[in-house]
Design a protein around this ligand. Sequence first.
Ligand code: BG6
Length: 490
Amino acid sequence: MSRESTLIVIFGATGDLTRRKLMPALYHLHLKKRLPKGLRILGVSRTQQSDHQFRDSMREAVKAVDELSVRLGEWDAFAELLSYTPGAVDSRDDMTRVANHIEKMESGAQPANRLFYLSIAPQLYEPAIKNIGLAKLASEETGWRRIVVEKPFGRDLKSAQELNRVVHRYFNERQVFRIDHYLGKETVQNLLVFRFANAVFEPLWNRNYVDHIQITVAEKVVVGDRSGFYDRTGVVRDMVQNHLLQIMTMIAMEPPSALDAESLRSKKVDVLKAIRPWKPGEARQHAVKGQYRGYEEEKGVAKDSRTPTFVAMRLFVDNWRWHGVPFYLRTGKGLPTKVSEVLVHFRAPPHQMFSRERLPSNVLSLCIQPDEGAYLRFEAKVPDEGMETRSVDMRFQYKSEFRTQAIPEAYERLLQDALAGDPTLFIRSDQIEESWRVVDDLLNDEDGPSALPLRLYDRATWGPEAADALVTQEGRSWLLLCGGHEEAYV
Ligand code: BG6
């Protein structure tokens, strides 16, 4: 009989991410019977508590996210997989104790696999990885070892390179799973399906037919409880370096020859490498940073904080396909609504035959959330009005097309892939460094006389007015089509 065991060790087990995302995702995988046989989950954090207390608090956490599923009567079986041991990741003694605890838990199991999950403050990644290594937890003598590292991986290019060096001291790249939960979203994966499982769009997907591309990731929420983390991080590190650039690479990449991890990730790296760097002082022309009014009054935020909560920027991809096509990216907190959307604006018809002064161009909208799906906007003849035209939308919505298949949480897919050892949807070391290179210009522009000004904006608006000017000065305008936002915005 197989004595195989797999242990997920969650460092930061009492934290927000574990409570809101990891534990609900693991519980849902349990309900779907997708967890490997012999799996156990060990929580580790500074708090002193018993297994029993940990299980109870995790039950409350999962209930807060999905009360119904906890009532299904499966919780007790899942709770048996959970246990807890206290320990601080930056204490070598504690980590030695944790290592002994793990070895006891595994005794007799063969193989005994381990997945370490760093769900801790980013400044603790380095000591945690070192202490995992020094406690010999990473040695693969008795089974595979993998480590999942949350974002942001580093604070800039230099620190990301250093963190890569530290992690590679104890783990091979194949064991390292740098997570960006946007890659676990069904609709982000659908960007690949949309582009490469359909022949109709690909011939148009280039500078000859595309005028420009917009990527919006807007959030209505403000920083709230996470101000301690956020004030040190800011929107560029929190959202742009990872989520927005990942979406952009999937829109701009060349078709890979296969869907395996290396082919796919190499094509993404090619895009990042082709993003045009800004010369010193050039950030002003291409980016706008903002902070919502009242941010400084949030609990835990420094009184004179210069942390941006909004950014809009224009990037160019200097390659054959995209030469001269602007990619406009914007993201922020305290905006009017939560929406993530990619808009591909095609070129306007070259010749004007109809009565409208200027025909609008066709727009393809890929809705990442919350109105998951796609829209294609084109012109149609208005009935009984001569040759009058009007823009209309063709629409695909996940919720009406796949009624019985709910869209799972991103973390479910990513945890499953990490357990299966599939790195396709995780970030490779060169990819992380290239994406820091892209945003370093923006981060380095924080101080000095030519620094990008931090503009204040009111909550529930679309950021500073200058963000509109970034596109209007070029005769374009921001647009949102998902979820009928257009009326609210334009
Ligand atoms: C996280 C950021 O990575 O993504 C948060 O740290 C942000 O600040 C969140 O709110 C947004 O994720 P989602 O899935 O709600 O769009």
